[in-house]
Write a protein of this length. Structure first.
Length: 531
């Protein structure tokens, strides 16, 4: 599975600080588990991966419901405890995390322990991580069945993480703790030392009341008081996360590191075709004019993907004359081929650089994949599409355009009318590359390329892809049918037949309801009388 292997610490993160935000409702301390073991177990898991930095940890929950002995055990090991209503745990965790990010620049490690990571935190946090990259750990009650939009260095199932106790301590279960261990680990925080050094005094705090305390007893007294009840109503916390990225979206001027860096464009001609009457030689100059308006002057490479068998010859010649590379790909494989081409380009072109997608469905279908890659290796990102998406993408971009408005860039100079054959077209950065992404082959010229696309060998390759896709769809439908039938309740007649090996019915088995079987029995009896 995608999460099977946790990465060992990179050099810059080995001794960097680590901050942990823990949802005590979503990931509670298991019954019988000693609260004094939570922090040592987590720190041991970090140490196994090579992380030795100072750890700070805060547990969030409705602490009125938390037994005093758990609060005492957590505080004795330096775990801070925050009180809030159950429905506002996530929003308080997130606001505290944002405050921490504002005061602790990378390199540093963040960890979220919650059952709401994917449903509540993931979208906004993934966008934040694309903007400013922190090392990220996650823990949840169970490992997710599908890949996350968040790029992580390590991920654990909560209860398995709690088993990472030091070997010198026999068992984290309270029932197994001997009296010697009870003496060895007293509740005095000064007697405990964690992997990062002597613990500082733990804190208890209540956000609505701005209350900070050192004593578990004083903390419980506060959250049970009338004053707290009043302030909790007067100073309510919002249940929704305070999204920091939902207003990001305008086109930004180029940052210095990207101003002269190269720009690679992958263009889906199926989603974003050249408008009727528009001169194909205008595409490249229009894109470059839009880039220059934002301060980008680096070399530009453009690759147009599409079913080029359907493209008129004058469009192909117009594009190739301005250095736009042509890549043939049928709709069934166009997005996988675009992503494959991008991955190959990235191996030879590390950041800082800019990548651009011109497509509608690529963002919809593969935004999570691209977002994870952006969190790992940050490229400047542009996007263009034929219509505005109905919701904001998880991808963080520096500029976005509507496709046809992008083609208007530089219009006063060039115009949108068809250029004459004598028009002068800029030829800098011109390359002539013709690639068939179905057969995975290069051609030296446009004529060779069009001849290849009309060849019998190419037609056979396309037919093979179509056949594979049809077979895959049939296989999916067949598996879905099997799953439905497997979970479908059996009738009494079917259960009896299964028990007797079906007898003479083995070639004529019909799954029917009891009512249907009785009707057939009556009809059979009547027919025998008539006979």
């Amino acid at each position: 599975m995608w999460w099977d292997k946790n990465d060992t610490a990179k050099h810059e993160n080995k001794k960097a600080k680590i901050s942990v935000w823990w949802d005590m409702k979503g990931c509670p301390i298991p019954e019988g588990y000693d609260a004094r073991w939570v922090r040592p177990s987590i720190e041991r898991a970090f140490k196994k991966l090579g992380y030795y930095g100072r750890v700070s940890m805060t547990g969030y929950g409705d602490q009125k419901q938390t037994p005093c002995e758990l609060l005492q055990g957590l505080s004795s090991t330096g775990v801070a405890v925050a009180h809030t209503k159950s429905e506002t745990i996530c929003s308080l965790m997130y606001s505290d995390m944002l405050e921490w990010r504002a005061h602790n620049p990378p390199p540093a490690t963040m960890m979220l322990i919650s059952d709401q990571v994917e449903d509540v935190f993931a979208w906004d946090l993934a966008r934040l991580q694309q903007h400013t990259q922190y090392n990220l750990f996650l823990a949840s009650p169970s490992m997710p069945s599908r890949s996350s939009v968040l790029h992580t260095s390590a991920r654990w199932a909560w209860e398995s993480l709690l088993l990472e106790s030091p070997k010198s301590l026999e068992s984290p279960k309270r029932s197994a703790l001997s009296s010697q261990l009870s003496v060895k680990f007293s509740f005095k925080s000064s007697a405990l030392e964690c992997t990062s050094g002597q613990l500082s005094a733990a804190k208890f705090y209540c956000k609505p009341c701005c209350f900070h305390g050192q004593s578990p007893a004083g903390f419980r007294k506060h959250i049970s008081s009338k004053m707290h009840a009043v302030k909790e109503v007067l100073n309510p916390l919002y249940e929704e996360l305070d999204s920091q990225t939902s207003k990001w979206g305008k086109n930004y001027a180029a940052k210095p590191e990207y101003a002269t860096a190269q720009i690679a464009v992958w263009w889906d001609m199926i989603d974003c075709p050249i408008p009727e009457g528009y001169d194909a030689r205008r595409v490249r100059p229009s894109l470059e004019a839009a880039f220059k308006e934002l301060g980008y002057s680096g070399p530009v490479s453009i690759t147009a993907f599409g079913d080029l068998n359907q493209a008129p010859d004058h469009l192909l010649r117009g594009l190739s004359s301005t250095g736009v590379a042509l890549a043939h790909a049928i709709p069934e494989v166009i997005y996988s081929r675009m992503l494959s081409a991008m991955a190959t380009w990235k191996t030879h072109n590390p950041p800082p650089a800019t990548i651009m997608f011109i497509s509608d469905d690529l963002n919809r279908l593969y935004s999570d994949t691209i977002a994870r890659e952006q969190q790992e290796n940050k490229y400047n990102l542009f996007m263009a599409y034929s219509y505005r998406p109905h919701k904001m993408s998880v991808l963080v971009t520096s500029a976005e355009w509507l496709w046809e408005s992008l083609l208007l860039a530089g219009a006063p100079r060039w115009g949108l009318h068809k250029c004459s054959q004598s028009s002068t077209i800029p030829r800098e950065n011109t390359t002539e590359m013709f690639v068939c992404r179905v057969c995975i082959c290069d051609c030296k010229s446009l004529d060779d390329f069009t001849n290849h696309l009309s060849s019998e060998n190419h037609a056979q390759e396309e037919a093979y892809i179509y056949a594979c896709r049809r077979a895959a769809k049939f296989d999916i439908r067949y598996r879905i049918k099997d799953e439905v039938l497997e979970n479908f309740p059996e009738s009494k007649r079917l259960r009896k037949a299964c028990g007797t090996g079906f007898g003479h019915l083995h070639n004529h088995l019909h799954v029917v309801t009891n009512r249907g079987s009785r009707l057939r029995a009556r009809k059979s009896h009547t027919s025998k009388k008539d006979w």
